[in-house]
Design a protein around this ligand. Structure first.
Ligand SMILES: *Cc1c(COP(=O)(O)O)cnc(C)c1O
Length: 362
């Protein structure tokens, strides 16, 4: 079976000695290996205001905390995502307000978001779902017009671009995940790219109980309770090795995605996703809409190719009961979108086989 997701792990001859070294080094909590990885990842995404944490969920939670979001506040978000985007908002006590999606892309529709803004709106949470980039020209305008900060959940979008630049410093917060199935994994981990340098020190305290690592423990004074969200030297070491391969791995996703964009554009029963102006996806999952999705997925599975919608819409979970509202475009999108394998494990032969299989119909 050609799978939809698969962790890329650097070759054992590079990875294993590094892991062995750090495990027996006598210092496996946070120290230089974490700070080195932080710098290297910051260079890769071209944002020096970057910190690493122990998950993408932690990255989102810290961002929401810096904005002091809590009970009585509202955050406009999308149901078309993986659950942590919205459970972290729920954790703060704020209400999730659903924006509807653009039925052509499955990404949050700026017009719907603007309609739902009120005096309680404290942030807009954007998800670059499956590596496709939201309509940032429009969202930047809305953010400016109403003075509402944007948190970009880029857990699916490492290497995606806006105006030619890797996504990481356009909005006040850009959150990444290094969880197992993401484009780059450290087993578990995450990062935040900040637009404002001032947020970095606040975030560093929040990731470690509220303590300031640049001051000795005995002289520390916690003014605000923080979390235990730091990365450790073991996963940071894995990250350093993984990062050396990331450009090459990402290129495979992108090459395959572009190949599908080209080969599928005139296939009956398939509707390709149009990408917004000034955006380039990094194709974590190849995403499109199909007619008769159930038949399509069944046919693909019989031919040894995984094809499925993968994510459960967030708005139908009971925990978001009080946020329920009509989302007609989401209903439309959710009934027809599908993913096909696109990652580094899909070689030229596999991708040709996938195209031939789809072209034969379902
Ligand atoms: C994976 C993911 C997260 C959370 O990342 P973890 O590293 O698993 O905590 C957040 N948002 C989205 C959209 C994700 O897919």
């Amino acid at each position: 079976m050609i799978s939809l997701v698969k962790p890329y792990i650097a070759p054992a001859e590079e990875m294993m000695p590094a892991i062995q070294n750090i495990l027996y080094s006598g210092y496996i909590a946070e120290s230089e290996p974490v700070w080195d990885f932080e710098k290297q990842f910051g260079l890769f995404i071209d944002n020096k205001n970057t910190i690493v944490v122990n998950s993408g969920t932690a990255a989102l939670h810290i961002s929401l905390s810096i904005l002091d979001i809590g009970p009585g506040d509202e955050v406009i978000s999308t149901p078309m995502t993986s659950e942590p985007t919205n459970t972290t908002i729920a954790l703060t006590g704020a209400k999730v307000v659903w924006g509807d999606v653009d039925p052509n892309t499955g990404l949050l529709d700026p017009r719907s978001v603007e309609e739902k803004i009120n005096e309680n709106t404290k942030a807009i949470m954007l998800v670059h779902y499956a590596g496709m980039v939201c309509d940032m020209n429009e969202f930047n305008m809305i953010s400016k017009k109403y003075g509402i900060p944007i948190i970009e959940d880029a857990a699916h979008a490492l290497g995606s671009r806006y105006k030619g630049k890797i996504i990481a410093s356009n909005s006040r917060f850009t959150c990444f995940s290094f969880q197992a199935i993401k484009q780059m994994t450290t087993v578990d981990g995450g990062a935040i790219g900040f637009k404002n340098e001032d947020d970095v020190a606040v975030a560093k305290k929040l990731r470690w109980f509220g303590l300031d690592k640049s001051v000795s423990r005995m002289n520390n004074d916690i003014t605000r309770a923080g979390y235990k969200y730091g990365m450790n030297n073991v996963t940071a070491t894995i990250g350093q090795i993984q990062l050396k391969h990331t450009p090459e791995v990402l290129n495979k996703y992108i090459e395959n995605g572009k190949y599908y964009d080209d080969k599928l554009k005139s296939v009956a029963g398939i509707h390709l996703v149009p990408y917004y102006e000034d955006t380039q996806p990094s194709y974590w999952l190849y995403t499109m809409k199909v007619e008769n999705r159930e038949d399509f997925c069944k046919m693909m599975e019989e031919k040894g190719i995984a094809a499925s919608p993968l994510h459960h819409r967030s708005d139908t979970h009971s925990v978001f009961e009080e946020s329920r509202c009509d989302l007609p475009n989401m209903d439309e999108w959710y009934s027809r979108f599908v993913h096909i394998p696109c990652g580094w494990w899909v070689g030229n032969e596999e991708r040709e086989y996938i195209i031939d299989t789809i072209r034969k119909g379902w």
